[in-house]
Write a protein that binds this ligand. Sequence first.
Ligand code: AMP
Length: 220
Amino acid sequence: MNIILLGPPGAGKGTQARHLVETRGMVQLSTGDMLREAKDSGTEMGNRVSDVMAKGELVTDEIVIGLIREKLEHGAEGGFIFDGFPRTLAQADALGALLETTGNILDAVIEMEVDDTALVERITARSTCGGCGEVYNDKTKPIPADGRCTNCGKENDFKRRADDNEESLKTRLMEYYKKTSPLIGYYYAKGQLTKINGLGEIENVQAAISDVLAVAKSNS
Ligand code: AMP
């Protein structure tokens, strides 16, 4: 089963994707994670995209499509979760073509709806565990006093993303509304889109996603 998690920055795509990886053996393809990895390891491409990412703008379609193409070639038994890709209509077209040539189909596109105020609150207060990616929030889920991640137990390895500040977030949200939100209509027209409320408790969002996957499975 291959799915897209669609939603603005801070909607919870990464958190939900990790849960699906753990529970269903799916493979998460996060172009944001791949780009950050390239940046951190100082590759030529990583250096090229570094400023663009810090500002919160989108990197070129060519780069992210190349990253996804490479991953699709390897296949994944449990299926792929596209997290933060596609983000433009050109990327959506490219993904459709890539899935077709690799003999895959897209089973569902899940739009996670969260209002802007909640997004700003989530993003400006978030940090993640460097060991497992568990997400913490200064107000709602603070880093444990003993400095150990509640999920993987790693000690004192919590990171804040350089682009998780109000200035970059403004640009990231504008990029989302201008370039990514047209994908809602794109996939709706194909009969592939399901909206869920991304604001509830993590478990409720997990349950909503499970329901969508069950329907998609029964239709396949
Ligand atoms: P994310 O981790 O998904 O929030 O992505 C972090 C940053 O990486 C974005 O603000 C963009 O600069 C870049 N990025 C990630 N995925 C894409 C994509 N599909 N298209 C263009 N830029 C992307």
